[in-house]
Design a protein around this ligand. Sequence first.
Ligand code: UDX
Length: 435
Amino acid sequence: MNVTMIGSGYVGLVSGACFAEFGAHVTCLDVDKKKIADLNTGKIPIYEPGLENLVRENIRKGQLQFTDSYGDFIGQSDLVFIAVGTPSRHGDGHADLTYVYKAARELAKHLRGYTVVVDKSTVPIGTAKHVKRIIAEENPAADFDVASNPEFLREGAAISDFMRPDRVVIGVETERAAALLRELYRPLNLIETPIVTTGLESAELIKYAANAFLATKISFINEISMLCEAVGADVHAVAKGMGLDGRIGRKFLHVGPGYGGSCFPKDTKALVRIAQENGATIRIVESVIEVNEAQKARMINKIRNALGGSVTGKTLSVLGLTFKPETDDMRDAPALTILPKLLDNGAIIRAHDPKGMNEARTVLPETVRYFDDIYATLEQADAVIILTEWNAYRGLDLARIKKNMRGSVFLDLRNIYEPARMRELGFEYHCIGRL
Ligand code: UDX
């Protein structure tokens, strides 16, 4: 089976490499010539555990190749995936579909024989039908179907999410298109992966609804944590006690400084816009977005209060900048809201992140100082702030930190450490939703 993957960003690259591993002949296409030249030598533009090996191995086996030209392989493909970026349009929260439509227009010219054109990017409901109109307009003779096949990959765990998904969603208009997609995913039959086959609109909505629901769980527990602090309850116990109810589930009930990343912030906003445009309100998701913003603001207050009401002139050592561990992605990371505010209030910021510092330098104010060594970051600190729960921060030499820092404030915004133990060590320990 021949597959072309248009867009060699996060989704395109992971999906392309995994389809190659499934046994398809995959060509990943991107208009960025430098990226394609790098990829052809096995050089990966992002950090994702396992991806580099998978790409190299499949290039070696002849299953995977890269091109910057639309003319090369689309004509030989059974399936053409559109996996280009859909950033939030400035100002209005809409997903920007410029790249999706451009890809549709370009690929249309090169179709030969029956082909299924599949949206893999997260796109508003109705996009697959629009892509269909564009292709028919550009190439009236083309023999094709459109489909929607949303991805549910978590950064940092994308390969295993792809190889062992909870389900695969296939939105189609014809049985012929469904059969081709099922054939592509056939290796997953071995592990009895449910394949949900629906219409185009349902598949498109499933992706938004799933992400909005997960974001809801996070905002819910973040709000409950505030109440825990007020009444003296422990949010971990509450989350566990709730989550063991099979109807609720334990996952995504972990408190933090607010969700970030390339999906939840963008998709929740887009869903609200889609609902408004269709005359429906979706008040829960509107609140989820508000609560997430409030959570980041609450973290700024927590930091300020822990330092006696002002951060002016205080040295804050920040561990973790990316929106979550095992990624170098800074998109919508809470650090982008929290750190500039602390700097504006006169704080001095020293920062460390195992993978995100290069990216952080381009998006955080330039007054942030970066350190390659965790312990060097923490020297002379008035306060330590854990913003992202990287494994490297889970087993810190706490006695050494206590000895070398100036103050004793430890703000653990991912609740990694045990409050009683931290206080025994002499820290003024602050976390979320636990006293
Ligand atoms: C998410 C979805 O999980 C994935 O299915 C979708 O396709 C893309 O968006 P990702 O953005 O990679 O994946 O990360 P995820 O692990 O879901 O975390 C998102 C954010 O929520 C992070 O900022 C994380 O720190 C936060 N989070 C997650 C919490 O604060 N608490 C939790 O319990 C879980």
